[in-house]
Structure formats: structure tokens, C-alpha cells
Design a protein around this ligand. Structure first.
Ligand code: BG6
Ligand code: MG
Length: 209
């Protein structure tokens, strides 16, 4: 077991993928751009503006930076409204219990998320106090697969990168963990990725690593 554990948020602790999809879909429909769940999968772990660029690959016209920012803002307004429906019940007892036990065992816990809404999500599900630090989209300039968000998280909890392990569901997140010299634990999609050091199927398996 490593001294520091850094958790991705979306797809590991909570499942907000469906909200991202709904919000981007509403924006894409308005713009007349084709968008589906397969394209949505490519947005995992990717920043808001980079996600927009992926969606605009299918857009014929050209948009100014201001127009792009307005679209991203519009998506975020829809997305935050959907986040507003989240409650503590959106986090499983398995996740809460595992986090409590890891901390009790002396591990320092951090969030390492590309999202600028991470703190809002943690508040909604009443999980803020379970973590020693939060590194998110508001304190980085480069998003995953760049290791910046995880390196900041390690710094916030005062642990060396090699003493940290990252829990991720996205390939971009596993790449970021490895680029940051950390141990990569893959759950969900990332459990089948060859760069993952420890694939796990359930959150509670973390207690056995
Ligand atoms: C990540 C999601 O957690 O956050 C991405 O996996 C998303 O799909 C990114 O684009 C940025 O989120 P936000 O909340 O800052 O728009
Ligand atoms: Mg994720």
C-alpha cells in the first residue's frame, strides 16, 4: 500500500458521464453537429475545452475563440443543473467505507480530477471531508494525459510521486499517472489497459493492494 492515494473523480467515485453526455448532446444538437455515446467516451478525463474541440471535429464551419468559450459555458450551465440533482446516495456505501478504512490505515487521500466542478460534485454527495486535498481543473494548466493534476495532488498531501498510487478509469488518466512516476490502479475501462499496474474490478479491492 502506498502512503498517498489519488483518486480520479468521474468514473471512479461518482458517475457523471451521463450528465456530461446529456449536456454536450443538447449543445451539439443546437449546433447541428452529430454526437453520440462513442464520441462521448473519448471525452473521459479530457478538459472541457479539449472536449469541445473533439466534438467540433464534425462541425463544418469555423468558430472564433469567443464563440467556442460561449459554447463551453452553455454546456457547463446545463451540466451544473444536472449535477444539482446529485445527492449523497449517488456514492455507494462500498466507496465511503473503503475511503474511511484507507484513511484509518494511515493513507493520505486526494482527488486528482480534470474537472472544474470537482468541489461542487464532492459537496453535493457530501464527500469533501473524506479527502486531505483536492487537485482539480482549477489548479492546472495542462490536462491528462499530462501528469500535472496528479503531481499537484501529491504535493498537496506532501508525498513524493513514487509513494503515490492513482486510481483511474480513463486511459488518459493511467498515462498521466505513469508519466508522473506513480503506480496506476485501473478500474472500469482502465482495468483492461496494458499500462495499468494493478487492474481492479471493485472499489473495495483497494484495501488488498
Ligand atoms: C473530467 C471528465 O473529469 O472532467 C471529462 O472525465 C470532462 O469528461 C472534464 O470534460 C472537465 O470537466 P468540467 O466539469 O471542468 O467541465
Ligand atoms: Mg474518470
Amino acid at each position: 500500500m502506498k502512503k498517498g492515494i489519488i483518486f480520479d473523480l468521474d468514473g471512479v467515485i461518482v458517475f457523471t458521464d451521463k450528465f456530461h453526455y446529456q449536456a454536450w448532446k443538447e449543445m451539439a444538437d443546437e449546433l447541428g453537429v452529430y454526437f453520440d455515446e462513442v464520441i462521448n467516451n473519448r471525452l473521459r478525463g479530457v478538459s472541457r475545452m479539449d472536449s469541445l474541440e473533439i466534438i467540433l471535429e464534425r462541425y463544418d464551419g469555423t468558430l472564433s475563440q469567443e464563440e467556442k468559450e460561449a459554447l463551453a459555458e452553455k454546456k457547463n450551465t446545463i451540466y451544473r443543473k444536472l449535477l444539482g440533482t446529485m445527492t449523497p446516495e449517488d456514492v455507494t456505501e462500498e466507496v465511503r467505507d473503503t475511503l474511511r478504512k484507507l484513511r484509518k490505515n494511515g493513507c493520505k487521500l486526494a482527488i486528482g480530477s480534470s474537472s472544474k466542478n470537482a468541489k461542487y460534485i464532492l459537496e453535493r454527495v457530501e464527500l469533501t471531508d473524506y479527502f486531505d486535498a483536492i487537485s482539480d481543473g482549477t489548479n492546472i494548466t495542462r490536462s491528462k494525459p499530462d501528469p500535472e493534476v496528479f503531481l499537484k495532488a501529491a504535493e498537496f498531501i506532501g508525498e513524493a510521486p513514487e509513494d503515490c498510487m492513482v486510481v483511474e478509469d480513463a486511459y488518459a488518466g493511467i498515462d498521466a499517472a505513469k508519466a508522473g512516476n506513480m503506480t496506476a490502479v485501473g478500474i472500469g475501462d482502465a482495468s483492461g489497459y496494458e499500462k495499468t499496474d494493478y487492474p481492479i474490478q471493485t472499489f473495495a479491492e483497494l484495501l488488498r493492494l
